[in-house]
Design a protein around this ligand. Structure first.
Ligand code: 87F
Length: 933
């Protein structure tokens, strides 16, 4: 035993091992430590105090250091061999190395040293370790380096890795994100580090979790559950437990640990027009192939098994999507669902399945499951399903719904090999880092970006999301731009109630027709049932127009132009996507009444012009304005206009906003009549127009990159952030006055700016943080900049670095922001234009969709037949054929079929005799098609 080990004892291996390892790497063979004092905790700060004595030639310079603090110990060791490069290669790098070490020591040392295992597992410490690991990961991802500072290992890597690994081990943190794991493993397996640390500190590989013990007792809270009561009534042995809400088998596997020989279940309700319904319950590691299933079941003739929608689940099994389990077959009183069970279930110790709710599970042996079925009179069909291959055996990590969407749309997936180690974001968990490249898996990338940039947090009701300040501010900036513009048009803001009575909502039948499944109803208050259910507004025509009727009496009351900023609820059944398709969203809805159709039309176009402005001038997203076809227009109105955007990452179009000329339809229904100048009664002409928080999602998708969000300056909550490059020699106090002065210049020039003076994070961390949040310009200020009265600008959208003088920096940055805004729009437009093609023959239609293009074709107008439906079906069929696929999930929000987006206002020339691409009839105009959201 060396002197060090003796003096430090066995409870503090980390301090010594990391320092010894560092010494070894620095070339200090033969080093020994003198009277090393124990690391002590003092006001939450860990100090390491020790004498360092070297016995060899190196000691000739200085034989002893009295040092305090991790950095100094590390510095002392490295300075013995400065050329080792362990302290970085410049003062700037040195400061960053120091920053990392001190940060790690502040955050992790207490946990890493903790002798009290129980205390170390405290939730706060687990969070602390996980957050630090996340910081390391973010930094590594954004710097695209494998070491923390510069492009070679330094003392920071050694100390951070050992501290993190040790702390992680202490709190029982099962894995670190990918790049952090790699860094730690590289450091820990370094021969010199190995010789010192050995196996005493190691980090379990991603995905390695200890099998959990099954709960011994049932959860009393589930005693009222109908399935549980049935099990009790039948005397079937079982246990129950509650767990976090999981919407899929993948989420269960990821989040609810069970003993190795147990299994969760995967449950799918299939329906087939001819053969009926099948509830298939599998082991989570078994595979089901829809085509094969038909054969396995011995179904004859035409078989078209499709996943049943939620309505059928509720009707047939009495439970919602995500809550299905084999026990739910009890609710199939019609006995028209065949239960199909996976024979692999017979090989496990216990089966865990949901009792109609996805925040709980019932545990029972396979024999007891059989006994239950027997007693309720269900005879299951047992089938031998294939176990998944080892490579794909592990269910993918819990994801927000995008992943399911991608799978159901059967879009090309990134190769499994590449994806399998990816750590993914979880609902309710701090995301570790951007794990997906935009080109690799677009939906996953999107989900990572909006979480990591702190725009969105997930919520436990499907389709509902939390808009965090970073995205809400963007919405406020849209409001700030939009409001003065509508005031100029004579529009006033007002607010109408959230609720609408059934009678009102259904007064105008055309209007709700087709939308009614999406209306959410309040049916109870407390335990009582309401006499009449009340709807939550999906839109406010029926809420506002009775008031229009009251308020409009004479032509002098017109035009009436109102706008409302509010939330609306539409209970979507298609897979939700944050911002793009959500069950509750924020919007503005404008409603106006006029004396003539022509006046209404002017209003429609003015509103549409503003929408184009929001997208193009604020969000730097090019849009195509046009008319909707008869099939796609709002059924309650006369004509619908739209602005259509293009998302290059998915090759899909998206409706940006709509503005309707409602004609006199609502006027008639709601009696919105007025006396004209000749005292004649007239019906008012109306418009309505709406723009939603979808705008934000479109902007993220169009501009974001592999580092995160990229914000166009006009919509950025912060347009510039000043980051001081602090170091030991140049502490923040030295840089602050200079930075404050820059900040004052920027705010004086009307720029939304911030000076990031936070002492808790080092410059590298801050760079990364603001990059992920998409701030257009970072202003880096170090001592040299101060000397030269300059600053360095880092431009987010193209990564440019520009040195500028601080004199007049406000106006320099103002110009730069304008330049960035214009360049971002130009870039987005160029990409969009490259994906906008004219096609005049059907044979070129689907191949162009497959190239992610929007397709402009000659069009007959579709009056004689529903040729749009024909194109939709035909394009779906040809697309699926070209991919070798049989069908697509009817609930998919991202179908491969094309639909009309609009008849663009801007029409190319249409030569005489041009034929419609679908009907072959003479074409009347060009129409734009695309796959869309
Ligand atoms: C969902 C449920 C019930 C759309 C709905 O576009 C009714 C509706 O009327 C519904 N989804 N719509 C059409 C909304 C038309 C119109 N309303 C004012 C707009 C812009 C703002």
């Amino acid at each position: 035993m060396t002197a060090v080990e003796r003096s430090c004892g066995s409870t503090h291996p980390t301090s010594l091992t990391s320092l010894k390892a560092l010494g070894s790497i620095a070339g200090l063979s033969g080093i020994s430590f003198g009277d090393a004092a124990l690391p002590t905790q003092n006001d939450g700060v860990v100090h390491v105090e020790m004498d360092v004595k070297a016995h060899n030639a190196f000691t000739s310079k200085s034989s002893s250091y009295k040092v305090r603090g991790w950095s100094n110990v590390a510095r002392a060791l490295c300075s013995v061999s400065p050329e080792s490069g362990l302290w970085g290669n410049s003062a700037d790098e040195g400061a960053k190395v120091e920053g990392w070490i001190e940060n790690a020591a502040d955050v992790l040392a207490f946990v890493a040293y903790s002798a009290d295992e129980k205390q170390a597992k405290d939730e706060r410490f687990v969070k602390q370790v996980s957050e630090f690991s996340s910081r390391v990961e973010s930094h590594l991802s954004s710097s695209k380096q494998t070491s923390l500072v510069g492009d070679a290992p330094t003392a920071a890597d050694v100390i951070v890795s050992i501290l993190l690994a040790s702390a992680a081990q202490k709190v029982g943190f099962t894995s670190a994100p990918q790049q952090t794991s790699t860094l730690i493993n590289t450091v820990l397996s370094h021969p010199t580090v190995q010789s010192v640390v050995g196996d005493s500190v190691s980090l379990p590989k991603a995905g390695e979790t200890k099998p959990a013990a099954a709960p011994a007792e049932s959860d009393a809270a589930l005693a009222d559950n109908a399935i549980v009561q049935k099990l009790v009534e039948l005397g079937i042995n079982h246990r129950t437990y509650s767990h976090i809400l999981c919407v899929s088998a993948e989420e269960l596997v990821e989040n609810v640990a069970i003993p190795e020989k147990d299994t969760h279940t995967k449950n799918l309700l299939f329906k087939d027009k001819k053969h009926g319904m099948f509830l298939v319950t599998l082991k989570t590691t078994s595979d089901v192939n829809t085509k094969e299933l038909g054969k396995m079941l011995g179904l004859e003739g035409k078989v078209n098994l499709r996943l049943a929608d939620e309505k059928i689940l509720i009707e047939k099994l009495g439970c919602k999507k995500g809550c299905v389990g084999p026990l739910a077959i009890l609710n199939n009183t019609d006995k028209d669902v065949t239960l199909v069970l996976d024979e692999n279930l017979l090989k496990v110790d216990n089966i865990h399945s949901h009792p109609l709710t996805n925040d709980a599970s019932v545990i029972m042996t396979p024999d007891n499951l059989k006994a239950y079925m027997d007693k309720i009179g269900v005879e299951p069909t047992w089938l031998e399903f294939q176990e998944k291959s080892a490579a794909s055996g592990k269910a993918p990590a819990n994801r927000p719904p995008q992943e399911k969407k991608e799978k159901s749309a059967k879009q090309p997936q990134a190769p499994k090999e590449k994806n399998k180690d990816k750590k993914t974001s979880k609902k309710g968990e701090t995301l570790l880092a951007l794990q997906w490249k935009k080109s690799e898996n677009f939906p996953m990338w999107y989900s990572d970006v909006i979480v990591l940039s702190e725009m969105i947090s997930y919520y436990d009701i499907s389709g509902c999301y939390i808009l965090r300040p970073w995205s809400y501010k963007i919405w406020e900036l849209i409001q700030e731009w939009f409001n003065p513009k509508i005031y100029e048009l004579g529009v006033e803001n007002a607010y109408f109630p959230l609720f609408v009575s059934k009678d009102r909502l259904e007064k105008e039948k055309d209007h709700v027709e087709g939308f009614s499944p999406e209306v959410a109803w309040v049916t109870k208050s407390g335990d009582g049932t309401l006499a009449k259910p009340i709807a939550i507004r999906p839109t406010s025509e029926t809420i506002m127009y009775p008031s229009f009727s009251d308020w409009i009496k004479s032509h002098r009351d017109l035009p009436l132009k109102l706008n409302q900023w509010s939330n609306v609820v539409r209970w979507e059944f298609k897979d939700p996507t944050p911002f793009l398709r959500t069950r509750e969203f924020l919007w503005q809805e404008g409603h106006t009444a006029h004396v003539s159709h022509a006046d209404a039309d002017v209003m429609v176009m003015q509103a549409l012009g503003l929408y184009k402005g929001v997208y193009q001038d604020l969000l730097a997203v090019p849009v195509i304005p046009g008319y909707k076809t008869e099939k796609e227009k709002f059924a309650g109105g006369h004509q619908t206009t739209t602005v259509e955007a293009y998302i290059p990452g998915s090759g899909r179009a998206i409706q940006g906003a709509t503005s309707h000329n409602l004609g006199q339809n609502f006027g008639k229904m709601f009696d919105i009549t007025y006396q004209d100048e000749k005292a004649q009664s007239q019906i008012a002409w109306q418009t309505s127009w709406g723009l939603t928080t979808r705008t934000i999602g479109v902007m993220v998708m169009v501009h974001g990159d592999d580092t995160g969000l990229v914000l166009p300056p006009r919509i950025a909550p912060l347009q510039a952030v000043i980051v001081p490059i602090v170091s030991k020699k140049v502490p923040i106090e030295v840089l602050s006055p200079y930075c404050e002065k820059i900040l004052a210049d920027l705010t004086g020039a009307g720029i939304r700016a911030k000076y990031d003076s936070d002492k808790n994070y080092n410059p590298g961390w801050k760079y990364n943080h603001w990059e992920q949040k998409g701030v257009p310009i970072r202003i880096e200020v170090g001592p040299r900049d101060m000397e030269k009265q300059a600053a360095r600008l880092a431009i987010r959208y193209n990564n440019d670095k520009i040195d500028v003088a601080v004199d007049g920096i406000g106006s320099i940055i103002k110009d730069k922001l304008e330049e960035i805004q214009n360049a971002m729009f130009a870039k987005a437009k160029e990409t969009r234009d490259q994906h906008l093609v004219q096609v005049t023959e059907w044979k070129d239609f689907v191949p162009n969709l497959e190239l992610n293009n929007l397709v402009l074709t000659p069009w007959c107008g579709g009056e004689h037949q529903d040729w749009e439906e024909w194109v939709k079906d035909k394009s779906r069929e040809e697309s699926l054929n070209s991919r070798g696929q049989e069908g697509e999930d009817e609930r998919t929000a991202t179908s491969v079929a094309a639909k009309t987006l609009c008849i663009p206002f801007d029409q190319p020339e249409l030569p005489e005799g041009t034929k419609c691409i679908a009907s072959g009839l003479p074409a009347k105009c060009w129409v734009l098609w695309g796959r869309s959201y």
